[in-house]
Write a protein that binds this ligand. Structure first.
Ligand SMILES: NC(=O)C1=CN([C@@H]2O[C@H](COP(=O)(O)OP(=O)(O)OC[C@H]3O[C@@H](n4cnc5c(N)ncnc54)[C@H](O)[C@@H]3O)[C@@H](O)[C@H]2O)[C@H](O)CC1
Ligand SMILES: [K+]
Length: 510
């Protein structure tokens, strides 16, 4: 699903209004009406009847006046409060403000502290608050009386419907600019915005509904959109035809595990099989091979050179030979960071141009030596801690600048990045950003990443591009976790639950 930044939104609006000639006030009419219909549904569902609209001085506020007019026409008790003086309103917003005043709808300014008491009382007596203070035009932090109004809205414990973007939220990053409205529901105009889809923005937006307001969808391509929300529409699976054999579904080589972490290797290899890979070979330290082979009937295991239960550099030549007969490679889960691993991982990556997914200890192995991945068919799957080690940024710097951090990394290394988090972000070497729509907190469990790595390797082995393998892997991994949640809830969820539900998850792509 297309996602536009506020800059792209403005460009699309400009083309629609100035080039195509769609009247801007018509867009505002549709935006306001779509929002009003949403509010009406909420009132009917809750047998409620009183609404206050709080409008800012821009077109977001203009939408708010249209909302008020529609609600008033439907016999709903509605009052409008301005966070600015009447005289400051202009353009389409002013046309709609004048209309509601002419209709006799209650309008009052809340621009001095003594007005706040009255607003507080009115909020208390109302059922729903419509937040039309700021939309995509927010610049910098909110302060002063408007900040107090937003805090009052949040403390009122009322149903809040935000127009386009919760006021105070940065539409592009999801950051809270000083303060932000916590919405029950956000009705966003024509296209999703990135800030509604990642934290904390996703928390503040509540349930998001995209209102179609009359802007041609094709204009998104004209402005070169590059953000996407991954939905089931984007991850259809090719039908498998009759006369095929396992070789048609790819051969994956997994290099993983050590004497204290055999489970990581198991989960990764088993997930690759479950995600449809035709043949999976697993390289582990020689002394753990029998332990692992036990539970992995469908996987061919290779016990290679080791030192004290950890793969040693002497395993390199055998690994490179196995790579030659594989379509895709996964390296990392449970390797540990000891002794020879960093050099072994570095030289494997250096000596192959096959698609590779690097996870966990393979990422740690490349800290400070990332030049070896430059321009290769490589997918990295760090969580914020691993990304912090790879980039030298703090976890907070990463969390608060997800898109920028991902784009900077991709621009520099021209690989595919899966930045795992509460909302996993995928950045591709073509410069696209994908935000995943599946998954739940129950998946933050040991081994969950190993399962994802196996799934991505499976899609790579089946011939998917790095971009598609990353998107499919992340989406179906989250989908499997959502299915698991239905019966184990989030507290009891284990990586095995996710793994077991991979086949069920894949069904939604067929
Ligand atoms: N997307 C569409 O096709 C349509 C969107 N519409 C709505 O219009 C807003 C965008 O309107 P705009 O006037 O550009 O900005 P805002 O209404 O968001 O308000 C910004 C307003 O407030 C001032 N301001 C900005 N930041 C601050 C701050 N930190 N402190 C104080 N004041 C601030 C700024 O000067 C602006 O005047 C969009 O979200 C939709 O809701 C229309 O419906 C048309 C179609
Ligand atoms: K708003």
């Amino acid at each position: 699903m297309i996602v536009l930044t506020s800059k792209q939104m403005r460009e699309v609006e400009k083309i629609a209004i100035e080039k195509i000639g769609i009247p801007s006030i018509g867009l505002m009419e549709n935006a306001g009406r779509e929002t009003a219909l949403e509010v009406k549904k909420i009132l009917e569902e809750g047998n409620l009847n009183s609404v206050i609209v709080i409008s800012g001085k821009g077109n977001n506020g203009g939408d708010g006046y249209v909302v008020a007019r529609n609600l008033y026409n439907w016999g709903i008790d509605v009052k409008v409060f301005l966070t600015t003086s009447l005289g400051a309103i202009s353009g389409d917003a002013k046309v709609n403000l004048d209309a509601i005043i002419n209709m006799g709808i209650y309008v009052a300014e809340i621009i001095q502290r003594e007005h706040l008491k009255f607003l507080e009382k009115t909020i208390k007596d109302s059922d729903v608050i419509v937040d039309a203070i700021y939309g995509i035009g927010l610049k910098g932090e909110i302060s002063g009386i408007t900040k107090e109004i937003i805090e009052m809205i949040n403390q009122a414990n009322k149903i809040v419907v935000s127009v386009d973007v919760p006021s105070g939220l940065n539409a592009d990053t999801g950051k809270v600019e000083g303060c932000a409205v916590r919405a029950t529901k956000t009705v966003t105009m024509q296209f999703l915005k990135p800030g509604l889809l990642v934290y904390p923005g996703a928390d503040y937006a509540g349930e998001v509904r995209v209102a179609e307001i009359g802007i041609p969808y094709r204009l998104a391509a004209e402005v070169g959109y590059n953000y996407n929300l991954v939905t089931s529409e984007d991850v259809k699976l090719p039908k498998r035809h009759g006369n095929t054999h396992k070789g048609d579904y790819g051969k994956a080589l997994i290099i993983a595990g050590s004497k204290n972490m055999t489970g990581a290797a198991y989960l990764c290899a088993k997930s690759a099989i479950k995600a449809g890979c035709g043949l999976v070979k697993l390289v582990v330290p020689q002394s753990v091979q029998s332990v692992i082979q036990g539970g992995l009937y469908e996987v061919i295991t290779y016990g290679l050179a080791e030192k004290n239960g950890i793969l040693s550099y002497d395993a390199l030549s055998s690994v490179l030979k196995l790579i030659e007969e594989s379509d895709a490679i996964a390296i990392g889960p449970g390797l540990t960071h000891d002794r020879d691993i960093p050099q072994l991982v570095y030289d494997i990556v250096k000596n192959t141009d096959k698609p590779v997914v690097l996870d966990a200890d393979a990422l740690n192995a490349l800290v400070g030596r990332l030049e070896v991945i430059q321009g290769k068919k490589i997918i990295l799957t760090p969580h914020y801690g691993e990304m912090s080690r790879l980039t030298g940024l703090t976890i907070d710097e990463i969390k608060n600048n997800l898109f920028e951090v991902a784009k900077t990394f991709i621009d520099r290394y021209k690989v595919t990045l899966v930045l795992k988090g509460a909302k996993t972000v995928i950045a591709t070497k073509e410069g696209s950003i994908y935000i995943n729509s599946t998954g739940n907190p129950g998946m933050a469990t040991a081994g969950s990443g190993d399962v994802l790595t196996g799934m991505i390797a499976a899609f790579l082995a089946q011939g998917f591009s790095e971009e598609k393998a990353a998107i499919y892997g992340v989406f179906y991994h989250g989908k499997a976790g959502d299915i698991a949640k239905e019966y184990v809830e989030e507290y009891g969820m284990t990586a095995m639950d996710i793994l077991e539900d991979i086949p069920e998850a894949l069904k939604c792509g067929l």
